[in-house]
Design a protein around this ligand. Structure first.
Ligand code: NAG
Ligand code: NAG
Ligand code: NAG
Length: 465
């Protein structure tokens, strides 16, 4: 009886191999970024994919790093890249699999999972996320029933069948991409593919997972989140600055939440107030924009009026941020490089636009980035220009990359999918609208590190960062 069963299992596994796609039919694209730390991470991921493939086949699959495909700033938004993908792989491949640097792939399982789908049809595969309530970051889409629309969690990897890539590429060629702003790429990509019902929905693939790779739940997963050795907590001096000071009522929130974690902190306003205290930068307060003030902060950062630190953080007065987590994250980056870090948005990316770090989630600059920005002579076209977008234009003109971290958030926790937040240790949130900011800080951003400061963040926290 056992022997028969075993033979059956063997026969079945052979069947699987028989129908599984050739690894050469799968093109892997790592959603990599042009920054030395991220390039190292992406190279490691690529090496792992090729090593696994070597054990399965003589001919390695194509593994591409997104940031190195061209010098086009908009490539990270994927859609402008579709014509290239269709042209290069439309004839000789079956699947394009997108993954992030920290997406761990079990090659064997992934091949078997893809084999379940007819490669001659349109497929958009992934781990679905959905909104609980309509949210500003998705332009309040599907306001009547936000949870009906599914979009992929990029961390679990996502895949397009080649027939779909070819069709989408034709669409991109025929009608130029419309959207001005790229805010939450995964949602925007899903909307574009769905095409008001003319295209496919996201098909949920349970084997595409975001569990940590060693967790028992990950047994049947084709993808997991890598559990790299924990980051070492290095000695850092972060210099956070609070810019743009509007309602004074918000200061008590900062004082009760993250102020004490900052090594050096200044509040800026259009007049000096010794009770906070604030510093007058000599730039009038503006209703919107704040570009003038932000450039004054950049200049002050390089001046002898403040301690010489490696990093500058600029946030709004209604940003909630975890300074200890930011310090751990920054230990990955080299402050002697021009680093500009935060939540990346895009403007007009499909027509030669630019990327920028959205201000509300917090903008982090290395000293070198500030030096280059100011030396370039780039400046505000008016004091009330949107500071984050002007900085993005300046960086773009200088050819300096904007580095994205999904741990920074331009909106409130309720504006993001629950399953998306579930596998991250967030660094910031923004806006106090309809929430109790202190409760949000305590729930999402507070670590009780002071109890055991030498211990730092615990292992799971470090891993995620
Ligand atoms: C990456 O960024 C550097 C500047 O830091 C730039 O010189 C280089 O051209 C960029 N590489 C790509 C592929 O865009
Ligand atoms: C398909 O073509 C591209 C270039 O057009 C090449 O890089 C890739 O290796 C080819 N893949 C296969 C499986 O032949
Ligand atoms: C530390 O890890 C445990 C799970 O192992 C978790 O419940 C706890 O919240 C973590 N603490 C911090 C400070 O992240």
């Amino acid at each position: 009886y056992f022997i028969i069963l075993l033979t059956w299992i063997l026969a079945l596994s052979h069947l699987c191999l028989l129908y599984s796609p050739d690894l050469r039919e799968i093109v892997f694209i790592i959603q990599s970024q042009n920054n030395s730390f991220h390039v190292r991470q992406a190279d490691k991921r690529r090496a792992d994919l090729l090593k696994q493939a070597q054990g399965l086949t003589k001919k390695p699959p194509v593994v591409l790093l997104l940031h190195s495909l061209s010098h086009n700033e908009g490539d990270w938004s994927i859609l402008p890249l579709l014509p290239y993908l269709s042209y290069s792989f439309g004839k000789n491949s079956s699947w394009i699999v997108f993954l992030e640097e920290e997406t761990n792939v079990k090659m064997n399982t992934l091949i078997q999972v893809l084999a379940k789908f007819d490669k001659n049809k349109d497929w958009f595969l992934g781990k679905p996320l959905h909104d609980e309530e309509s949210t500003i970051i998705h332009h309040y889409a599907f306001a009547e029933n936000p949870s009906i629309f599914k979009y992929p969690d990029f961390a679990a990897a996502w895949a397009l069948s080649i027939p779909l890539v070819v069709r989408l590429a034709n669409k991109v060629r025929d009608e130029p991409l419309k959207s001005d702003f790229t805010i939450d790429l995964k949602h925007e990509v899903a909307l574009y593919i769905w095409d008001s019902g003319k295209g496919p929905d996201l098909t949920a693939v349970p084997e595409l997972c975001t569990e940590p790779e060693n967790s028992p739940q990950a047994l049947y997963c084709a993808t997991t989140l890598s559990s790299e050795p924990p980051l070492t907590r290095s000695l850092l001096d972060v210099k956070p600055c609070i810019g743009f000071f509007l309602p004074f009522a918000l200061v008590p929130v900062i004082k009760k939440t993250w102020e004490k974690d900052a090594l050096f902190l200044e509040y800026y306003s259009d007049h000096a107030d010794p009770t906070i205290p604030t510093i007058n930068l000599g730039v009038p307060n503006t209703e919107r924009g704040h570009c003038g003030k932000t450039f004054a902060i950049l200049q002050r950062f390089l001046s002898s009026a403040v301690p010489n630190t490696k990093w500058l953080l600029i946030v709004d007065d209604d940003t909630l941020i975890s300074i200890p987590r930011l310090q751990v994250l920054l230990s990955c980056y080299d402050p002697s490089e021009p680093v500009c870090l935060g939540e990346r948005y895009g403007y007009g990316l499909s027509q030669g636009g630019y990327s920028y770090i959205t201000g509300g989630g917090g903008m982090v600059f290395s000293r070198e980035a500030v030096v280059r920005l100011l030396n370039s002579g780039c400046k505000c076209y008016s004091n009330d220009a949107p500071d984050d977008m002007v900085l993005g234009m300046c960086l773009n003109a200088l050819g300096l990359p904007v580095t994205h971290s999904p741990l920074f958030h331009q909106a409130r926790p309720e504006d993001y999918a629950r399953d998306f937040l579930a596998h991250q240790v967030p660094i910031s949130f923004h806006k106090h609208w309809n929430i109790d900011p202190i409760a949000v800080f305590n729930k999402w951003l507070k670590d009780d590190l002071r109890a055991n400061p030498s211990d730092g963040l615990n292992k799971s926290t470090k891993t995620e960062l």
